[in-house]
Write a protein that binds this ligand. Structure first.
Ligand SMILES: NC(=O)c1ccc[n+]([C@@H]2O[C@H](COP(=O)([O-])OP(=O)(O)OC[C@H]3O[C@@H](n4cnc5c(N)ncnc54)[C@H](O)[C@@H]3O)[C@@H](O)[C@H]2O)c1
Length: 433
């Protein structure tokens, strides 16, 4: 179908954590939107007005959009061609080969190939390896002979919004656009111009690099305090006191706090740069630091308690990020697998995630070890520390890389933590993973 025959303004392909809030936001701005997803459960949930995941303000937005009828849902990617603009928001994981896994994008392109026509604008919103936008343009030119940038437009407009902040940032965070050929950038800017955020035009590869390196920077920034945490254990030093010494009234930057650094974007995006890096190894080392945090904490607990076999261990938090329900690539799962390999009896509690977990009291009952794996607001509440002291076994060991209660103890016993709570500078919940 050519764009002349279209009856919608925009199609969003992939109604995940990026695509669904975006599709709803377009519809809320008065555009006619086609939402495409091949997961029938997801389509069902949206059709029935249920947000399939937590995103601040998105449920109210979905309610509004359902009543204005601006969103049509379909499982067929080819149907996206009924819209003039097609935004791809599909997942782009990495293979274990340190290489982008583009299978979803390739599959969507193959579905779109026969139906793309003059006037269509294809916008890649997914995070992609450098060179992918040019590859997509080349793929369309090769298989359909389309003149990219003149009759069909291809661009990259990376999603940079953090989970939970979509509606706050869609109108403020500069929207980077890298278009192929003379007019692709303009076409994408016309679409994203419905939001209030400033638009910054650049080349496709610069847009790709800017997105990936923003995540690499965060991943690396968090690896440094994690490495420092491991060094402090070696020297019998207190990581929170060292961090305070580094940061206190020091005018040249500062160091973040340790924690579980992973999640669906940070864990894999470095691989998109590393796949062609001229200096292989540096970012792999960063990844290894972050990935080894669960093992480091487990070994620290063993040094203090001895064998964990048959001991009850409570893990607080499954999500990779504070106050979200997103468990994808969370290091809490890795921690649990490692604990199970020690033959520990693991009980998990997370008040946010969809995976069923035990209640807080049940998780803590009789626990000899408690690990705070996510810094959810509920855990930072002093009531959780009180519950640990009351419900866990004797004076249980608490492992808290986030310093949830300001006690400044990475490995502390419940009684010490209660005594010291509030003594250290406040935690930084604003530095999420
Ligand atoms: N989640 C974030 O916070 C975030 C932030 C910035 C960038 N990104 C990037 O945005 C992209 C999307 O991430 P996400 O978290 O929304 O992913 P997601 O896995 O939540 O969503 C992908 C959606 O696409 C659907 N899908 C998969 N294959 C399909 C196909 N062939 N046809 C139709 N639908 C299909 C899935 O059912 C799913 O609903 C990724 O590249 C990611 O790296 C994500």
């Amino acid at each position: 179908m050519s764009a002349q025959q279209t009856n919608a303004d925009v199609a969003v392909v992939g109604l995940g954590r990026v695509g669904l809030p975006l599709a709803l936001s377009f519809a809320d701005r008065g555009l006619k939107v086609i939402g495409v997803d091949n997961d029938p459960l997801r389509l069902d949930a949206v059709a029935q007005g249920r947000m399939p995941f937590q995103e601040t303000g998105a449920q109210e937005l979905l309610d509004r959009v359902r009543s204005n009828g601006a969103l049509t849902l379909t499982a067929g990617v080819g149907m996206a061609a009924a819209a003039r603009s097609i935004v791809i928001t599909l997942g782009t994981p990495s293979f274990s080969h340190i290489e982008i896994d583009m299978r979803d994008i390739r599959s969507a392109l193959d579905d779109l190939l026969p139906v793309l026509g003059a006037g269509h604008s294809l916008v890649l919103r997914s995070t992609i390896a450098p060179g992918t936008t040019e590859f997509v343009a080349g793929y369309l030119a090769k298989h359909r002979g389309l003149r990219i940038g003149e009759e069909v437009f291809v661009s990259h407009a990376p999603e940079r919004i953090a989970a939970g902040r979509f509606l706050a940032e869609i109108d403020t965070l500069p929207c980077i656009i890298g278009g192929v050929g003379p007019r692709s950038g303009e076409a994408a800017a016309e679409l994203f111009g419905v939001f209030d955020a400033p638009i910054v035009q650049t080349t496709p590869v610069q847009a790709e690099l800017a997105k990936i390196w923003a995540n690499i920077l965060r991943y690396t920034n968090f690896a440094l305090p994690n490495l420092l945490m491991m060094d402090c254990e070696r020297y019998d030093a207190n990581v929170f006191e060292v961090i305070d010494l580094i940061n206190r009234d020091y005018p040249r930057g500062g160091i973040a706090r340790p924690g579980f650094t992973a999640g669906t974007c940070l864990r894999k995006d470095f691989a998109f740069s590393e796949e062609r890096s001229n200096a292989p190894g540096m970012l792999l080392a960063v990844s290894r630091v972050n990935e080894s945090v669960p093992l480091f904490l487990l070994e620290g607990a063993k040094r203090r308690l001895g064998s964990l076999a048959d001991r009850r261990v409570a893990v607080l938090g499954l999500a990779f990020k504070a106050d979200t329900d997103d468990e994808r690539d969370s290091l809490a799962h890795k921690l649990i697998r490692l604990l199970e390999r020690e033959l520990a009896d693991v009980v998990v509690h997370d008040p946010h995630v969809a995976t069923p977990t035990a209640g807080l009291g049940e998780a803590l009952d009789g626990a000899e070890l408690v690990v705070v794996a996510a810094n959810h607001a509920e855990f930072r509440d002093p009531a959780t520390l009180a519950a640990i002291a009351e419900r866990a076994a004797g004076d249980c060991l608490v492992v808290d890389p986030w310093d949830c209660w300001g006690a400044a103890l990475l490995f502390g016993y419940a009684s010490e933590l209660r005594e010291l709570a509030g003594a250290s500078p406040p935690t930084q919940p604003g530095a999420p993973r």
